[in-house]
Design a protein around this ligand. Sequence first.
Ligand code: ACO
Length: 323
Amino acid sequence: MGINFLSFGSALPEGVVTNDDLSHMVETNDEWIYTRTGIKQRHVAITENTVSLGIYAAEKAINKAGIDKNEIDLVVCATITPDTSFPSTAGMVRQNIGLRDIPALDVCGVACAGFIYAASVAQGLMTTGSYKTALVIGAETLSKITDWSDRSSCILFGDGAGAAILRKGDGNGIITYELDGINDVDEYLICRYPESESPFYKGEHVEYTKMKMNGNKVFTFGINSVISGVTEMLSRSGLTSDDIKWIVPHQANYRIISSAAHRLNIPVEKFYVNIDHVGNTSSASIPIALDEMTDKGLVQKGDKIILVGFGGGLAAGSMLIEL
Ligand code: ACO
């Protein structure tokens, strides 16, 4: 008995911001952005929000799975950009697509490792609880926490959502996973809530609410996370990279992916890359990639795939799955 991925779905907002568009907002250019990151464009919400993107991705995943939406008995959504503190993004998706009165919860604060954390939470609940079919989502509108005047970070991020249907049944599904948490958070990446407006608050004055990032530190952390995640999944399963059809890394920077591939001695062609047209969509990046891959016919039933995510939190996660 395993927890299997039945299908994937994704949604990108209609707005597209090219590198040339950014060059009119901050001092940068297409050549710098593309050679340093691999990004050509990113999608940004114009009318969409985190919930609406989550809904579109979820509906696509439900349709592709060919299941009745009433079969879903659990929703888990990863996000660092919820529209509301409560209800949860998962709860809003549940209501808007007309699911039954089932548990729906968000996995917050683990940023670009979010989808792997959310799938692991769903797997745990499905294994020990009575849940048979889960909707797992990663949904973000990073554009609302991006500092659009900071050229070293605003060039990276995009909005979007990805989703998967997980079902308990025959098949290996999620073979193994590893979740990691790392300290030194303030040094790398942080996005603060606004200052407390409580009349009783006498604590620290918080000046910023947008995302702050030390790109160089995150860069090294990203390479190390991909290397350790892939190595751990292979050693734990006794498989070699030849047994793995694809590695789907979080799409943060093409140079992170190619450096990790080089140091792992695995051809970079085995790493799925779509960062050129999507940018870094945090928790949505891995399920968006998986949905693209299934739509393109790049994956078949029985394929083994390693997923690796890393980012704010600091959090990292890797997962070995068999479709
Ligand atoms: N255009 C032109 N020049 C720029 C830009 C830009 N957009 N951004 C920075 N520069 C300049 C810098 O000012 C610096 O100039 P200087 O040498 O005169 O001081 C020079 O380019 C080099 O800057 P670096 O920061 O060293 O450039 P680097 O090659 O490291 O690339 C980048 C920066 C792209 C941010 C890289 O560090 C990176 O991708 N880091 C990882 C980010 C990441 O993965 N984040 C994921 C987590 S996000 C999350 O969890 C929500």
